[in-house]
Design a protein around this ligand. Structure first.
Ligand code: AMP
Length: 331
């Protein structure tokens, strides 16, 4: 199965990719992860990409396209893959199609996860990733039990350097510039599924599952062009013939409606910088209030425990007093 996940940064592509990996037994290919690995390894490409990534801009197409081509050609992607964070613009989408067409392995479905801007900002500002197991937390909505420590494996939690207000703002603006073109491109091809990305992780998972229900992976048969009789399979010009089109790819009225919705702007009208700053301030206040609530809850638990203990002791003393009073009366 060859799937493409598109959506704004922070829309939950990485989170949802995790269950798709298991469902289809295929690798997740995230250009963001590949680039971050190159930055960490300080390769020439990584050094080139770092400044662009820190600025929240897109790494040049030729670098990313070359990187994705090399990754897709690896044996573990033979039976499919989940692309996360690629394509980011029309040129990348077309380059991907050219590559997959030449391999006879077209995209089976494109899942576009839509989330409101307000929620995206909160998700990303608070996003924490475990460096050991990749588990995701959020300091506002899903905080770990112990600060900076993974609940699942005890690993260190990391906050991405580009998940700060200013860079997020730029990344979202960059996303908006290209998103509609990419969305329209796949909508016209008829393999776009628009998913409402709001709700719990499980809600969104269910929506994705239902969008993919009945979908079969399709292959394209490559044949040598008849005009070149002397050509050997190795140097033949491939003529592409679609041999199998999944039934579910045929546009149904429901699907057409969903795709029409995709034509609408994906991210709500962007607030101005002042509003973004106000939001950041609000998020910090919210975090402080949540911390305070946590400590008040802790104190309350302690007080309730003490109250219970004292009530037990009072009851015991009263019983003893009653016993003594009775003994006294008998004397
Ligand atoms: P992500 O983890 O997908 O949010 O990507 C982090 C950063 O890596 C982005 O802000 C870009 O600078 C860069 N990046 C990731 N994927 C691409 C892509 N397909 N094209 C260009 N730049 C990318």
């Amino acid at each position: 199965m060859r799937l493409v996940l598109i959506g704004a940064p922070g829309s939950g592509k990485g989170t949802q990719a995790k269950f798709l990996i298991e469902k289809y037994n295929i690798p997740q290919i995230s250009t963001g992860d590949l680039l971050r690995a190159a930055v960490a390894a300080k390769t020439p490409l990584g050094r080139q990409a770092k400044a662009v990534m820190d600025a929240g801009q897109l790494v040049p197409n030729d670098i990313v396209i070359g990187m994705i081509r090399e990754r897709i050609m690896r044996p573990d992607a033979e039976n499919g893959f989940i692309l996360d964070g690629y394509p980011r613009n029309l040129e990348q989408a077309e380059a991907l199609d050219n590559l997959l067409t030449s391999l006879g392995r077209p995209i089976d479905a494109v899942l576009q996860i839509n989330v409101d801007f307000d929620l995206l900002m909160q998700r990303m500002v608070g996003r924490l990733t475990c460096l050991s197991c990749g588990a995701l937390f959020n300091s506002f909505t899903n905080p770990p039990a112990i600060d900076s420590q993974c609940d699942q494996c005890g690993g260190t939690l990391h906050h991405r350097s580009d998940d700060n207000e200013e860079t997020i703002d730029r990344r979202l603006r960059v996303y908006e510039t290209h998103a509609q073109h990419v969305s329209n491109y796949y909508s016209n091809k008829g393999n776009l599924h628009v998913i409402d990305g709001q709700g719990t992780v499980d809600d969104i998972k269910k929506r994705i599952k239902s969008a993919l229900r009945g979908l079969r992976s399709s292959r394209i048969k490559l044949q040598p062009a008849p005009a070149q009789p002397a050509a050997t399979p190795a140097n033949a010009q491939p003529e592409v013939i679609r041999t199998q089109i999944a039934e579910s790819l045929k546009p149904t009225p429901k699907r057409k409606k969903r795709e029409a919705a995709a034509i609408k702007p994906e991210v709500k009208k962007r607030p101005k910088k002042a509003e973004t700053a106000a939001k950041a301030k609000y998020l910090h206040q919210l975090k402080a209030m949540q911390d305070e609530l946590k400590s008040v809850r802790k104190e309350l638990t302690l007080l309730v425990r003490t109250e219970k203990k004292l009530t037990r002791e009072v009851a015991k003393s009263e019983a003893e007093l009653a016993k003594l009073t009775q003994q006294q009366a008998e004397l």
